[in-house]
Design a protein around this ligand. Sequence first.
Ligand SMILES: N[C@@H](CCC(=O)N[C@@H](CS)C(=O)NCC(=O)O)C(=O)O
Length: 196
Amino acid sequence: MKFYNVPYSGNSYKVRLLLAQVGIACDIVEIDILQGESRTPEFLKINPNGRTPVLDDNGFVLAESNAILAYLARGTKFLPEDRQRWALVFQWLFFEQYSHEPYIATSRFWLQHKPDSPERSAVLAARRDGGCAALKVMEGHLSKNDFFVTDYSIADIALFAYTHVSHEGGFPLDDFPKIRAWIERVKTQPGFIPMM
Ligand SMILES: N[C@@H](CCC(=O)N[C@@H](CS)C(=O)NCC(=O)O)C(=O)O
């Protein structure tokens, strides 16, 4: 397998974490998105959407981090077979992509990679309420559950990736004790690897 990776990206980290936990070896191809390497004609042949991560499993090419998680986790304990639990995992994967990542991950990107400017301030302000709302939903769920769907699964992996560094996007977790406790639980899972 070949994995097109960005080291500081949570979307790439999700996949590296699952690969480590299922024990699958992979050739890593580093992509420097800041130098436009995800938009070259060569890369656009791999993913016409111009984004990382991408997995190449012996010629089967798959983009979208959470689709890659689902592909790699199938048949493992990280994706339950029970129909309702399976669907709940996907509920949280879609939540992560629609209600969490567009606010928290993109704020982190702007804070880490773009200079301070009126445009940056406006972007961060526009993402604030959405990011806080996502964290409140997570806090509520984790006040009654140890993990997102019964046992540790790719739902936790997907949400962990940007939540554990949410302070880097301007979303400190001081008011979210249940999320902080869940982060510590995730870190104790066998095969856990840190982001960087
Ligand atoms: N929904 C996609 C988002 C992918 C994404 O936004 N990737 C960013 C890095 S985290 C990227 O490759 N950006 C480069 C670009 O847009 O040119 C996923 O989950 O994989």
